[in-house]
Write a protein that binds this ligand. Structure first.
Ligand code: FRU
Length: 470
C-alpha cells in the first residue's frame, strides 16, 4: 500500500478543500465517528473508513487520538474487514475503557448474495496498539428483526452493562433494541419505536446510530431515523439526526421516549453523531455527510467527506444547547474587532480557516453575505427566522437553502466557523447549529453586513491548522 498511499496523501495535503482544523482522512471515504472515548490519558476517536476508495465499501475503523479534542494524531486502522463475521465491513460502534484495554463494540456486516447478516462483535485495543478481535457476542432475543441490526452503543445503568442497537422489525419498522449483559450473554430486554412527526407522523424504516445519555438530570436518546419525508422548508433530507427526551425512571428495560423528535442540526449535512462524557463535560461529534450524498469534487483528489467540530452539550431550562468546544479557541492566531450600528458595512479578512462572531444588541434583523465566487454563503435573521443559503456547491447536490425558526424573536449571537470546504453556524449561543459543505473555486471576497437596527460587536478570528503532521 505504501507507494500509492504516499502519492494520495500528497494530493490531500495540497488540496485547497482539505480541512485545516476538522477531521478528514488523507485517502478514501470517511463517515460515522465511532468509539469516541477517553483512554490512557487521551481522547480516542475512530471513524468509518474506506482507505482504498471513495465509495461506501471496505469499511475499516480508522483511528485518531488527541489530548485536547483539537489537535489530532492519526494511527493505523484499528479494525479491518478480514474475518467471516465482518467480511463486508466493520460497521459503527462504541468503545469503553477498562483501564488497560479499550473494548471496541462494533457491527460485523456480512452479505451472502442478497442476504444481509449483522454480528455484534467485540475487540480489544491493547496497550501498544495491537488489536485482538474476540468475534461475535452471544445475544438472545433478536429474532424479530431483519438483517438491519447495527451500531452498538454501550452504556452503564448503575452497575449494569447495556447496549442500545438500531434495528428494523420484520415488518420494516425502525426502532431501538436494548440489551442487558448477563454473565457472558446479552439479552434483549426492550424494543422502542415512535412515529417521527415531521409535518405529519411517519414511521422510519431504520434507526441508525442510537446513543443514550444523561445530560444533567435529563436522559436523551439520539438516533438517525431513515426514510422520513418532510414537506417543511426546514429540512428535506430523508436521513435525519436528532433526539428524543427519555423517561428513564424505571430503568432501561422500561424506558419510554417523548413524541417530540428534535433535530441536532438544521443545516444540510449532519449525521451519525456520537457523544463522550469526560470530567463532567459531554461532547458530541458527528459526520458532515449523509448516506445518500452526491459525489464531491475532492473525489478527484482521492478523498471525500469529513467530520464536524466537536460540540459541548448542556441541558438548560428544558432545552439542549450545543456550543463549540472551548479548546478550539487555542487555534486563534489573529483577530480584528469592530462595532457597528444600523446600516451597511463591509468586512475584509474572511479566509479559508476563520471564525466570525457577532454579538447583537436590540437588533431585529440582519443580513450577512459572504461572497466566494459561485459558492457564496448568505445568512439572514428576521423576526426569529434564520435562513442560510449556499450558492453553487460545486457538485451535483443542489440543495441550497435551510430555515431555522428560533424561539427568540431577536438574533443575539452568531458564530460562523469556516474551514476550506465546510461551515458551521451556531445560533444564539448554542440554541441551534446549521452546518454544511461547499467547495469554493476561489478566495473569499469582502463580506457585506446589513444591520436593520441595533448594534453588533463583531470579531473575526483567523484559525491555525490543527493537524499533527507525521
Ligand atoms: C450510518 C451507517 C451505520 C453503519 C455505517 C456503515 O451512516 O449506515 O448505520 O454502521 O454507516 O458505514
Amino acid at each position: 500500500m505504501s507507494e500509492s498511499w504516499q502519492w494520495t496523501t500528497d494530493k490531500f495535503t495540497s488540496d485547497p478543500w482539505r480541512p485545516c482544523y476538522h477531521i478528514a482522512a488523507a485517502t478514501g471515504l470517511i463517515n460515522d465517528p465511532n468509539g469516541f472515548s477517553f483512554h490512557q490519558g487521551h481522547f480516542q476517536l475512530f471513524y468509518q473508513w474506506n482507505p482504498f476508495g471513495c465509495e461506501h465499501k471496505n469499511k475499516h475503523w480508522g483511528h485518531f487520538s488527541s489530548r485536547d479534542l483539537v489537535h489530532w494524531q492519526s494511527h493505523a486502522a484499528a479494525l479491518a474487514p478480514t474475518d467471516w463475521f465482518d467480511k463486508d465491513g466493520c460497521y459503527s460502534g462504541t468503545a469503553v475503557s477498562n483501564g488497560e484495554n479499550l473494548e471496541l463494540y462494533y457491527t460485523g456486516n456480512v452479505r451472502n448474495g442478497e442476504q444481509r447478516l449483522s454480528y455484534q462483535c467485540k475487540a480489544l485495543l491493547q496497550p501498544g496498539g495491537k488489536v485482538e478481535k474476540l468475534g461475535p457476542l452471544t445475544i438472545e432475543g433478536l429474532d424479530n428483526y431483519t438483517g438491519h441490526v447495527r451500531d452498538p452503543k454501550f452504556f452503564r445503568w448503575g452497575e449494569q452493562s447495556w447496549i442500545v442497537l438500531g434495528v428494523q422489525t420484520l415488518d420494516l419498522q425502525g426502532g431501538i433494541s436494548l440489551l442487558q449483559q448477563q454473565d457472558q450473554r446479552w439479552c434483549e430486554r426492550h424494543y422502542v419505536t415512535k412515529d417521527i412527526n415531521f409535518g405529519h407522523p411517519q414511521q422510519a424504516y431504520m434507526w441508525e446510530c442510537p446513543d443514550l445519555l444523561q445530560l444533567d438530570d435529563q436522559w436523551l436518546l439520539l438516533a438517525c431515523p431513515q426514510g422520513i419525508h418532510s414537506d417543511s422548508a426546514e429540512y428535506n433530507s430523508t436521513n435525519l439526526s436528532g433526539y428524543f427526551t427519555v423517561d428513564m425512571h424505571a430503568g432501561p428495560a422500561e424506558l419510554s421516549i417523548s413524541n417530540d423528535f428534535q433535530l441536532l442540526d438544521y443545516g444540510f449535512e449532519f449525521y451519525a453523531p456520537q457523544t463522550l462524557q469526560h470530567q463532567g463535560e459531554t461532547v458530541l461529534i458527528g459526520w458532515l455527510g449523509l448516506p445518500d450524498e452526491a459525489e464531491h469534487p475532492t473525489v478527484a483528489h482521492n478523498w471525500t467527506q469529513m467530520l464536524g467540530l466537536p460540540r459541548s452539550l448542556s441541558w438548560q431550562d428544558g432545552y439542549l444547547l450545543q456550543q463549540p468546544i472551548a479548546a478550539i479557541r487555542e487555534l486563534i492566531s489573529g483577530q480584528q474587532q469592530h462595532s457597528y450600528g444600523a446600516g451597511k458595512h463591509s468586512l475584509s479578512g474572511i479566509s479559508r480557516s476563520c471564525l466570525l462572531e457577532m454579538e447583537l444588541t436590540a437588533c431585529g434583523a440582519f443580513q450577512l453575505l459572504l461572497p466566494c465566487g459561485d459558492a457564496s454563503l448568505s445568512i439572514c435573521a428576521n423576526q426569529g427566522q434564520w435562513v442560510i443559503e449556499r450558492g453553487e456547491l460545486g457538485c451535483a447536490n443542489s440543495d441550497k437553502k435551510r430555515v431555522y425558526q428560533s424561539r427568540s424573536e431577536n438574533p443575539t449571537k452568531l458564530q460562523l466557523f469556516i474551514d476550506s470546504s465546510s461551515f458551521e453556524l451556531f445560533v444564539n449561543d448554542g440554541e441551534a447549529v446549521l452546518s454544511g459543505r461547499l467547495f469554493p473555486q476561489q478566495a473569499w471576497g469582502q463580506a457585506q453586513l446589513v444591520l436593520d437596527d441595533g448594534q453588533v460587536a463583531l470579531t473575526l478570528s483567523q484559525l491555525r491548522n490543527s493537524w499533527i503532521e507525521e
